[in-house]
Design a protein around this ligand. Structure first.
Ligand code: NDP
Ligand code: 2IT
Length: 447
């Protein structure tokens, strides 16, 4: 089996040798899916995984815009259309200076499996730009978004490819992107999700990824007869996903100890309660400030510069910032400190070595493609409401989100339960995600 996986990875490395994040995401899937393929004749010998690691289309384009000083800026835009076997391409846009083809291909690849898990008919894609939104004025953001859509519009559409937000792309950016799409196409369609409530957005979409990450953790804990009540929770990030993961943890009776950004983390021993979280939301979403400013408001808390929060003792860890933010050492520290549950809000925040540590310690561990799928699932619900020209209530959407997270959890149990009863959620999510896409690809022939 090891030989099969190595031979497959050698091929993928030959073609994508300079794309480390993409190779990492593929290897994690290959480790669990290749053994499954070998045992199942309908998939064996069809190069099905080799077809899945090759994007259906990679689009790269120039984005020129003028900054507030009158300087002409040039950025690079991308859209990776990874797999459309079960539905139109669907996935977020990331604006961050680290964005490159490797990062977007890893995200697009993960998205294919994640979207398959949601039970909704969505293929996988991802896009973005190396544009850095930090420190830019609202007008600069608008000009960049309009310039970006000036090219992207010809590659997307409500039945073709439906982008949404990710790091650096939130409600403000989706508004500017939607405005330009509508102008260029002269049509009002659900081509983007994460829209504002008055122009086609869905209730609960802003909350969905964070809430879903906590609902998934709740499902895992329930299997053990446990809950969030009274638990200490460590969260990384302080953006969209982290904020709503914190909110739901608090609603379920847990104590949230940390939040972070790329400069460091804040540790509040007394707990980040609902009022303090409101302050953080205003600080990050309106003022676009730094998490270190938390201690100016709450001096009893401390700010630890340049570090991630994984050394803080906790019961539950929710990594909600970015890829590879939790390494092997961090995983060992969490396990040694008694952490019983890790639910990934971010995409691939744990390195492969860290995932192996969690697996070997047999703690509850949910990979992002299962636990953060609530965001894209609710995007799918936004698409449904747009098609119906209808609007569901907050509780209707929240109940559907809960149901979807519970269905994903069930799929992981179905495909991931080991002989000793331990649930390997990585294996479960990868195989369950794979089967649906692979069956569709087989049915559609070699295209
Ligand atoms: P936001 O832009 O709202 O927030 C990102 C947060 O992560 C910020 O606190 C940011 O800090 C921090 N961060 C970003 N890059 C780094 C880095 N290199 N090192 C340390 N911290 C970093 O993004 P989201 O909350 O939407 O996304 C967070 C994660 O969740 C990403 O992995 C994303 O792919 C994933 N995700 C998002 C979904 C969504 O619906 N939004 C759905 C599913 C997954 P700083 O301000 O300093 O950059
Ligand atoms: O990684 C993700 O799932 C997202 N950024 C959300 C994608 C979406 O289409 O809502």
């Amino acid at each position: 089996m090891k030989n099969n996986i190595e031979a497959f990875m050698d091929l993928v490395k030959q073609r994508n040798g300079n794309e480390p994040e993409f190779l990492q995401a593929v290897e994690e899937v290959a480790e669990t899916v290749i053994p499954y393929i070998v045992e199942h004749d309908i998939y064996y010998g069809k190069n099905i995984l080799l077809r899945m690691v090759e994007p259906e289309r990679v689009i790269s384009f120039r984005v020129c815009w003028v900054d507030d000083e009158g300087e002409i800026q040039v950025n690079r835009g991308y859209r990776i259309q990874m797999n459309s076997a079960i539905g139109p391409y669907k996935g977020g846009l990331r604006f961050h200076p680290t964005v490159n083809q490797s990062i977007l291909k890893f995200l697009a690849f993960e998205q294919v499996f994640k979207n398959s898990l949601t039970t909704l008919p969505m293929g996988g894609g991802k896009g973005g730009s190396d544009f850095d939104p930090k420190g830019k004025s609202d007008n600069e953001i608008m000009r960049f978004c309009h310039a970006f859509m000036g090219e992207l519009f010809r590659h997307i559409g409500a039945n073709t490819d439906i982008p949404a937000g990710d790091i650096g792309v939130g409600a403000r950016e989706i508004g500017f992107l939607f405005g330009m799409y509508k102008k260029l196409r002269n049509e009002f369609t659900g081509v983007l999700t994460g829209k504002g409530l008055s122009w086609g957005g869905s209730l609960i979409r802003p909350e969905a990824t964070g809430y879903g990450t906590v609902y998934f953790a709740q499902n895992m804990l329930e299997v053990k007869g446990d809950s969030f009540e009274g638990k200490e929770v460590v969260i990384s990030g302080s953006g969209n996903v982290a904020q709503y993961a914190a909110e739901k943890s608090l609603q379920l009776g847990a104590k949230v100890l940390t939040l972070s950004d790329s400069s460091g983390y804040i540790y509040d021993e007394e707990g980040i309660d609902a009022d303090k979280l409101k302050f953080v939301m205003h600080l990050k979403n309106e003022k676009r400030g730094r998490i270190s400013e938390y201690i100016d408001q709450y001096p009893k808390a401390k700010f630890v510069k340049g570090e991630t929060p994984w050394r803080v003792k906790c019961d539950i860890a929710l990594p909600c910032a970015t890829q590879n933010e939790l390494n092997e050492e961090d995983a060992k520290t969490l396990v040694d400190n008694g952490c019983i549950c890790v639910s990934e809000g971010a995409n691939m925040p744990s390195t492969m070595e860290a995932v192996h540590v969690f697996h070997d310690a047999k703690i509850l561990f949910a990979p992002g493609k299962a636990s953060n799928a609530g965001g894209v699932a609710t995007s799918g619900l936004e698409m449904t409401q747009n098609s119906l020209r209808y609007k569901w209530t907050r509780s209707e959407v929240d109940n559907k989100l809960k149901e979807i997270m519970s269905d994903i959890h069930q799929s992981c149990i179905e495909y991931g339960t080991e002989e000793d009863g331990y649930i390997d959620y990585v294996k479960g999510a990868n195989i369950a995600g794979f089967v649906k896409v692979a069956d569709a690809m087989l049915a559609q022939g070699i295209v």
